[in-house]
Design a protein around this ligand. Structure first.
Ligand SMILES: C[S@@+](CC[C@H](N)C(=O)[O-])C[C@H]1O[C@@H](n2cnc3c(N)ncnc32)[C@H](O)[C@@H]1O
Length: 282
């Protein structure tokens, strides 16, 4: 099945792992899909549960999807905004990008967030110690071509339609809160930041977080999948052999598309940790 791409990009986006995750999710779909680290939302959006709780500690991601779900943002509004702002970007280039960035850091409008996310360097989401978006310009003044805008509008329309068809909520909260109300028939998909990978204002992760997540998931009354990394060229994820070793571990080679140069895009062996035996092994 074709992978549905969300309108927001982020580091660690799991688009390439969707077929594996879809095959691994073994669930009746009767309860609630619980995703405490939604990021771009690509995983849940492709699973398409009837009931879902999408959460993240980054308020800008949540505001964006919440605006789509409650109808404040739709494809039409996104098209007219990107056509207007994209035309100014093509005339004024990086000066305008930095103007929009300053405007976003002042007013936090979801449309500015989308504009920055789709024209910044490498589509990453990163905030400085004061919570200001600080990703530089992606150096493409002609970024918002007609075709590119249409692609984004279709992605927004897709989320708009499914989030209104199903019973989905988007909540900005810490994973400990999201995981405090799980029931037996639910399904939890966790994709936390990888320890030691990168740290910013809304998105940091340390050993203590990993241990707390382990404790919570060890008592999880329903099935869960945890995404993590297995190894790269230089080292292995020690937590797989220690903390997570009592669960099932599936791996798949996956390439990360974040990084300035092709040479810096090191292959990472991704892992899925599950508390059930998957029916379809890769
Ligand atoms: C690896 S990304 C998730 C990527 C997502 N699965 C995707 O495919 O787009 C991790 C996410 O966890 C969020 N996050 C970091 N710390 C968190 C916390 N303590 N509670 C909830 N979310 C957190 C970050 O903002 C980030 O969006």
């Amino acid at each position: 099945m074709k992978v549905r791409v969300p309108p927001i990009k982020c580091q660690g986006i799991k688009s390439k792992l969707i077929p594996l995750i879809q095959r691994t999710v073994d669930w009746s779909f009767d309860g609630t899909w619980i995703e405490p680290f939604m990021g771009s939302g690509v995983v849940g959006f492709n699973i398409m549960p009837r009931n879902a709780l999408f959460a993240d500690s980054n308020p800008h991601l949540i505001n964006f999807y919440e605006a789509i779900a409650n109808g404040k943002l739709d494809g039409l509004k996104v098209r007219s905004f990107l056509e207007r702002e994209g035309a100014i970007l093509s005339q004024r280039g990086q000066d305008y990008y930095y103007e929009v960035r300053a405007r976003f850091n002042r007013y936090h409008h979801p449309l500015d967030f989308l504009f920055l996310n789709r024209s910044c360097f490498n589509g990453v989401i990163r905030f400085n110690s004061k919570g200001g978006f600080n990703v530089p310009f992606g150096h493409k003044p002609q970024r918002f071509s007609k075709a590119y805008i249409t692609k984004i509008v279709n992605q927004v329309d897709f989320v708009h339609t499914i989030s209104r068809t199903f019973n989905w909520s988007f909540v900005c909260q810490d994973f400990r809160e999201t995981l405090s109300g799980i029931s037996e028939g639910d399904f939890v998909y966790c994709d936390p930041p990888y320890v030691g990978r990168h740290v910013d204002y809304f998105d940091s992760w340390n050993e203590e977080n990993e241990r707390q997540l382990f404790t919570i998931l060890s008592q999880c009354p329903c099935r869960f999948i945890l995404s993590t990394w297995h190894s790269n060229q230089h080292r292995e994820n020690a937590f797989l052999g220690t903390l997570w070793s009592r669960f099932n571990i599936l791996t798949k080679e996956h390439f990360y598309h974040v990084g300035a140069k092709e040479a810096n895009r090191k292959p990472v062996l991704e892992a899925l940790v599950t508390n059930f035996t998957p029916k379809h092994l890769p």
